[in-house]
Design a protein around this ligand. Sequence first.
Ligand code: GUN
Length: 302
Amino acid sequence: MSAVIISGKEIAGDIYAHLADPIKSIGERIERQPGLAVVLVGDNPASQVYVRMKTRMCQKLGIYSEQITLDAKASHEEVLSTVRSLNENHAIDGILVQLPLPPQCTESEIIDAISPDKDVDGFHPMNVGRLLIGSPAFIPCTPFGVWVMLAKGGFSPEGKHVVIVGRSNIVGKPIFSILCQKMKYANATVTLCHSRTPNLPEVTRSADILIAAIGRANFITADMVKPGAVVIDVGINRVDDTDSENGYRLVGDVSYDEVSQIASAITPVPGGVGPMTIAMLMYNTVLSCSRRYSVPFVPIIK
Ligand code: GUN
């Protein structure tokens, strides 16, 4: 039996529809659009693509966006001062520094410099801590997207065993923080695995909901999945493909063809978690502006 496909594209469309009213109300109330600043340091091709997609979506929705592109050799101090000036910029409600940064920049110090009130990525230690204790200010965009996909897709994690493969600060750990909370659409028993977990296939086979976020192409194979499990693929990996125009194609962390034969539901790559990440960034930006100016904002998950 083939799995149901959970379309991130479709659920992202629902998020954009949800944002139309608050964007309009903000325009009427403060006579400007919500504003997002994206800082890109260097010329990493994947980062350039992601930043372009974020900027385009802002334009489409009526969100003001500023892209600040710094040279790959920009100093740590230069990046810090860019972030500090955006903290003071009244037209900007959200600041995103695209990761990874070049080696001369200390990532943690730059994230620390972002005002927690404008940290729409949810990476500042204050927001990481708030998420863990169950009073989030901003939920990181990819984990938020995964959560909304499960909730809106009709796959509530309540009472389920969720296994996450990958312990990054951006994805694995925050998904754990969300799904273990005592709240609606959470209340899961969560296991966080990684590359050094012994007997990994045995653990993943015990998952009702399996979330792959390890950053390795086709890592999760059919023998690692319980029949009927819900599989969320966070990976976006470039693999060589001579048939493709640009010489590569994108695949997830899950061997889609084989796993889709035994899972009950699965997210595709592309068109799964990727569009949700962008949608939740737009959501966090509008939320930030609404908070700063006390404009009513209805949460997407109540
Ligand atoms: N690089 C990969 N994913 C992300 C993300 O969600 N936010 C930022 N700032 N950089 C990233």
